[in-house]
Write a protein that binds this ligand. Structure first.
Ligand SMILES: NC(=O)c1ccc[n+]([C@@H]2O[C@H](COP(=O)([O-])OP(=O)(O)OC[C@H]3O[C@@H](n4cnc5c(N)ncnc54)[C@H](O)[C@@H]3O)[C@@H](O)[C@H]2O)c1
Length: 366
């Protein structure tokens, strides 16, 4: 088990990474909970697998937990689901002294954080991320949110959890495609950090894909620890935290243009990172060798480096034009000058984006 504290403006909270949260609950005794009453928020896939186990674990420490189950899927990360959860919380008499537990992937950790930050003007919550993507990314840093029909995460808050508990054995039941897409965020952290973190990826691909617990613990820990450093420096994303969006602007646009669910989030980020490095090459920041190295690592991990079907370019451009970071037909992107040397807020002309699109997506409408 490894742990550390994330120190943000007005609090510090523990992050625990361990092979199994259920094998010993010593860690649970160390955590300060606001009361003995809590509510697990989970979905129809993860709930049946783990909600009773978590409830039992907490019951052994004299906690009384209720469970609220919502449908599984990104399409349910919406205000209507949040409203359903508020009503359920009232029904189980969740009050301002109670706490929430997010038990699920990034959809559940995002919506639980959003509900926790707004229900009765804010109640405490804890993250139990169960997908790799949520373990290394969504559960850390306090970004919460729901989608609107116009785009992803358009409504949300910054609201830090009271603790994040990463049990690597949750990953045993994670489907292969969801497991592999989680590696895009670990690869992203490694590209941004460079050095010995990045050097661990290529030689360990077989162990990574075999879900070897030793390499998993090492790389998940390094990823969340990297994110902790950035979040502590810039909690509200006024500056340096922007580097965590490496590959995200293009990735989100591709995700949206393809129709949510066609390209999974992590897959879209992988293609988005390829777009960003091709742009960096075009603008003279990196060499072809750096582009090749990033491509090789992503491919070895089983991640896509191109969109495997046609995307409507006009729609893609319209989506990029609406991006929060677009100013007068130039988009602000995170680019690498080298691995471990990112720059953020770089203005990139739309023409440059157009120029690299043929290397990323097929011609013609989808
Ligand atoms: N807040 C942030 O900082 C942040 C960062 C990155 C992504 N996100 C958000 O995270 C979401 C994507 O997260 P995700 O990829 O985890 O998607 P997800 O929550 O939809 O989970 C993927 C699938 O795996 C299932 N699942 C999760 N854990 C499982 C387990 N242990 N066993 C079996 N099935 C399991 C889920 O039920 C779901 O069907 C997006 O909404 C994205 O916007 C948020």
């Amino acid at each position: 088990m490894r742990d550390f504290l994330v120190r943000v403006e007005n609090k510090a909270y523990p992050v625990i990474v361990c092979s199994s949260l259920f094998s010993s609950h010593e860690w649970l005794k160390q955590i300060q909970f606001p009361s003995r009453k809590g509510v697990i928020i989970t979905n129809t896939t993860v709930g049946p697998l783990y909600a009773e186990k978590v409830k039992k674990l907490f019951a052994e420490e004299k906690f009384d937990l209720s469970v609220v189950v919502v449908p599984d899927g990104e399409e349910y990360k919406e205000l209507a689901t949040a409203a359903e959860i508020y009503h359920e919380l009232l029904r189980v008499e969740c009050d301002r002294t109670s706490f929430l537990i997010a038990l699920g992937g990034g959809v559940i950790t995002d919506i639980t954080g959003f509900v926790a930050s707004t229900y009765m003007r804010g109640i405490p919550y804890f993250q139990f991320p169960t997908s790799l993507l949520a373990q290394v990314d969504s559960s850390i840093g306090g970004k919460t949110g729901v989608n609107l029909s116009e785009g992803k995460n358009l409504v949300g808050t910054f609201y830090q959890p009271e603790g994040v508990f990463i049990g690597l054995d949750f990953l045993e039941t994670l489907p292969e495609r969801e497991y592999v897409e989680g590696w895009s965020e670990i690869a992203k952290a490694a590209f941004l950090r460079g050095g010995d973190f990045l050097a661990l990826l290529s030689p360990n691909v077989h162990s990574i894909l075999a879900r070897d617990p030793v390499i998993l613990e090492e790389l998940v820990f390094r990823s969340v620890h990297f994110k902790k450093g950035i979040v502590e420096e810039d909690e509200k994303e006024k500056g340096i935290r922007g580097i965590l969006n490496y590959g995200h602007t293009l990735g989100h646009a591709l995700e949206k243009t393809s129709g949510y669910g066609v390209l999974r989030h992590g897959e879209a980020i992988s293609v988005g990172m390829m777009g960003a490095i091709l742009i960096a090459e075009k603008m003279g920041y990196v060499s072809g060798d750096t582009v090749e190295m990033q491509k090789e690592i992503l491919e070895k991990l089983g991640l896509p480096v191109t969109v495997p079907y046609a995307v409507d370019r006009e729609q893609l451009v319209q989506t990029l034009l609406k991006d929060k970071k677009t100013v007068a037909r130039s988009i602000r992107l995170v680019l690498l000058k080298d691995f471990g040397d990112p720059i953020y807020g770089v203005p990139v002309e739309f023409e440059t984006v157009f120029a690299i699109l043929p290397a990323l997506i097929e011609e013609g409408p989808s």
